[in-house]
Ligand binder design. Structure first.
Ligand SMILES: [Fe+2]
Length: 226
């Protein structure tokens, strides 16, 4: 059965300052400790931002309300913290994700010429609000790659849009370490090496808080102030 709420216990308990993108930590002896987190880089929204509302838009994309079967694909948990430029958590940020299903198809009118099949059991997009500690969590699958032009196949990626009053809206994309298509992607390769590292995540083994056989990745997000 579909769980309405994903476990958040111990979630990010092992998050280190380094993984938060801390880039400077001290102004010297006797001065206030100043943390600075590098802003998550912007990337193109692409053509497939959801245009049709859907009843089921929760944080578990692996089940669609009313369906009896589950989405196909490698189950992953995408966890992270939304932060301000001083690495402080932002509560109440709206985090939206949208992505292709396992076959590499979007549930979007602009992707109808794609011959890859839709997965009726996949939710395709979802949204979350960051909690008091800035944390958000989605359960989804690793999206398939898809052709985006002559000699260009997009690597597996998940699109993100993050909004919070007082901060600039951020649109970006998250990629998976080890995907051989990353090195040739025309969008990812526009970013500096450092920025690329900040949007490529490792797939790690699950803990007891996660479903057996799943993978877990961490994508922390830093917003710019408006
Ligand atoms: Fe895409």
């Amino acid at each position: 059965m579909k769980s309405s709420k994903l476990s958040r216990r111990k979630f990010l308990a092992a998050t280190s300052l380094g993984s938060l993108g801390l880039i400077s930590a001290s102004q010297g002896i006797g001065q206030t400790l100043l943390s600075v987190c590098r802003a998550t880089p912007r990337q193109t929204e692409g053509p497939f931002y959801p245009v049709d509302d859907q009843l089921d838009k929760d944080t578990d994309l692996t089940w669609v309300e009313g369906r009896s079967e589950r989405a196909t694909g490698q189950i992953i948990y995408v966890e992270g913290v939304v932060m301000d430029p001083n690495c402080q958590p932002i509560e109440g940020a709206l985090v939206e994700i949208w992505q292709a299903c396992e076959s590499g198809r979007y549930n979007h009118p602009g992707d109808r010429e794609n011959p890859a099949p839709l997965d009726p059991n996949f939710q395709y997009w979802g949204r979350a609000l960051s909690d008091r500690e800035g944390k958000y969590l989605f359960k989804t699958i690793v999206p398939g790659s898809y052709p985006a032009g002559p000699d260009w196949i997009r690597p597996s990626h998940i699109h993100f849009k993050i909004q919070k009053r007082g901060f600039l809206e951020l649109i970006t994309q998250m990629y998976f370490a080890g995907d051989p298509l990353n090195d040739k992607d025309l969008i990812l390769q526009r970013l500096s090496q450092e920025n690329q590292r900040s949007v490529i995540v490792e797939l790690n083994e699950p803990t007891s808080d996660h479903e057996p056989g799943s993978k877990v990745c961490r994508f922390n997000i830093t917003l710019r102030r408006a």
